[in-house]
Design a protein around this ligand. Sequence first.
Ligand code: C2E
Ligand code: CA
Ligand code: CA
Ligand code: CA
Length: 279
Amino acid sequence: AKELGKNNFQFYSEALNTNSLERLSLESSLRSALEHNEFRLYYQPKRRMSNGEVTGMEALLRWEHPELGLVLPMQFIPLAEENGLIIPLGRWVFKTACQQNVTWQQQGYPPLTIAINLSARQFIDEHLLDDIKLALKETGMDPRLLEVEITESMVMRDLQQTIQILQSLKQMGVRVAIDDFGTGYSSLSNLKQFSVDTIKIDGSFIQDIVRSQEDQGLTEAIIAVGRSLGLTVVAEGVENSDQFEFLRRHFCDEFQGFYGNEPLTAEDFAQVVWKQANQ
Ligand code: C2E
Ligand code: CA
Ligand code: CA
Ligand code: CA
């Protein structure tokens, strides 16, 4: 039994060492990834429920790691939040997304809004507004084509600060979406005060919507709130026609998800959204 315990301990500590080593190497390669140009943006179309028309897109970050391949944000954004790298990385995202959007317009495609995700640390960063202004100025993108997505939990931290930031964004002409709506605790009066443009129903409500009466009720309630405040309501994570039909019947405005398109590279986006539509 003693022998076994020892072995177990050895396994355990080896596992721990591997994890902290992995973390260390992930952290250092994350730091150099920006210099080595290893980040990519994918673009997922947002479509109008009534006619399937593309109304805009969300930029989604990927890390093309030389050995690991494509790494999803879940695996590196929390780390980048912790060590502050999210700030320069976020700047790269603004700039790259705006540049891509301008390039598409220069190529003759119709203008579409582009949504960019902000994490908590970015949202309260004192240079946020300057960073966004700079990206718009450097690329020449129309601010009205930019939407920032912030989560419910982020806006509830400091109400006065949130109202101030959101007002400044509005003054610049930038649109604001509340992401993962329904998972946080923002009250209706807050929503009104924030003067946001869009709410995005969290994908977790959509997943079982065909079976779960609870999720159906919550989704209907969110749509009703959005409509009464005059906001655009977007459902995310829509994967099949049953989910789509439920949302359409209940007057959700727009949807995003694999049922429409998965996140696409810039080349695939142009191919799928514009070229196929004209064929
Ligand atoms: P999110 O903003 O809630 O993004 C939606 C996530 O759902 C994306 O995951 C997207 O790829 C995925 N998705 C889209 N359609 C479907 C579907 O039909 N079914 C399912 N199951 N999933 C779908 P992704 O790209 O892995 O991003 C995860 C999170 O990482 C995002 O959640 C967002 O919070 C964050 N993130 C992504 N890009 C950025 C960025 O540039 N900056 C910051 N700060 N955060 C980002
Ligand atoms: Ca989002
Ligand atoms: Ca979301
Ligand atoms: Ca989410």
